[in-house]
Design a protein around this ligand. Structure first.
Ligand code: HXC
Length: 261
């Protein structure tokens, strides 16, 4: 399946890359691109052999430089709210994809770009990356979940500072804020992300998915219920062939050959 504004490739067995592909506009997210991202995510979700998804932007300069300001400039209030809701649904489908997702931030991740990156499980950035929520400088608030996900990721005071000043943050500061998990020289970014993706793809696929689900669901529960959920998930693992294979491989001193069953 091909998309107008997105590339979707399986670069190695089970390792998928979704590239936002509007480099002439620094990959700005217009409605068509949001729809393409949604459709590409559905395709990945339907692929039982997918193990990990990397999300990135085309070109050397930008991950995604935000929502498309040219499209938004003539919006009515109703259109703005509709754009926000449609995109939030797509970003939520990214966040709740059953397999791990890594944002490979290769340049500007501003506004909707930072919100896209934060909808992935974690962010790995090149040393040329620039993060920010510039919306208040345009007379609007963040609208793709930024006020909520940034707050959960870096804490209330830091999120407020970034959103209300609209100042940009370079990769090194993003690392200290906990926005990015790792920063690598831009030339090494792809290989480093791939290394992590291969690591994930080599683990027990069902355990990886259940581990993600436990962390995500647990975040919205109190500790007792969250730990209860973890116990259920842990128990469920023992009904899988992957658990038998993983433990037999350890005891037999050989690498595990997981089948995701
Ligand atoms: C539309 C954009 C764009 C955007 C860049 N472009 N960002 N078009 N929407 N968000 C276009 C430019 O208009 C230009 O097109 C081309 O991409 C190259 O960009 P330049 O500005 O010439 O590049 P440069 O001088 O290097 O500056 C890079 C930049 C700057 C600092 C990233 O482009 C910039 O500030 N962009 C806007 C960033 C921003 O405010 N993002 C938040 C948007 S609001 P032409 O045709 O002139 O060559 C948002 C809200 C989300 O995301 C919630 C909505 C509900």
């Amino acid at each position: 399946m091909s998309y107008e504004n997105v590339l979707l490739d399986e670069i190695e067995a089970g390792i998928w890359v979704l590239t936002v592909n509007r480099p002439h506009a620094l990959n700005a997210l217009n409605s068509a691109t949001i729809a393409d991202i949604g459709a590409a995510l559905q395709a990945v979700a339907a692929n039982a052999a997918a193990r990990v998804l990397i999300v990135t932007g085309a070109g050397e300069k930008a991950f995604v430089a935000g929502a498309d300001i040219k499209e938004m400039s003539a919006f009515s209030g109703v259109q703005g709210q509709d754009f926000s809701r449609r995109t939030m649904a797509v970003f939520r489908s990214l966040e709740t994809l059953s397999i791990p997702t890594i944002a490979m931030v290769n340049g500007y991740a501003l506004g909707g770009g930072n919100e896209l990156a934060m909808s992935c499980d974690w962010i790995i950035a090149g040393d040329n990356a620039v993060f920010g929520q510039p919306e208040v400088g345009l007379g609007v608030t963040p609208g793709f979940g930024g006020t909520q996900r940034l707050t959960r990721l870096v804490g209330r005071a830091r999120a407020l500072e970034l959103i209300l000043t609209a100042r940009n943050v370079k990769a090194a500061e993003a690392l200290t804020l906990g926005l990015a998990n790792h920063v690598y020289p831009a030339a090494e970014l792809r290989e480093q992300v791939l290394k992590q993706a291969r690591m994930i793809a080599s683990r027990g696929p069902l355990a990886v998915k259940l581990g993600k689900e436990a962390v995500q669901r647990g975040q919205d529960l109190d500790l007792d219920n969250a730990c209860q959920f973890e116990a259920q998930v842990f128990g469920l693992c023992f009904s899988t062939a992957d658990q038998k294979e993983g433990m037999a491989a350890f005891i037999g001193k050989r690498p595990a050959a997981f089948r995701g069953e």
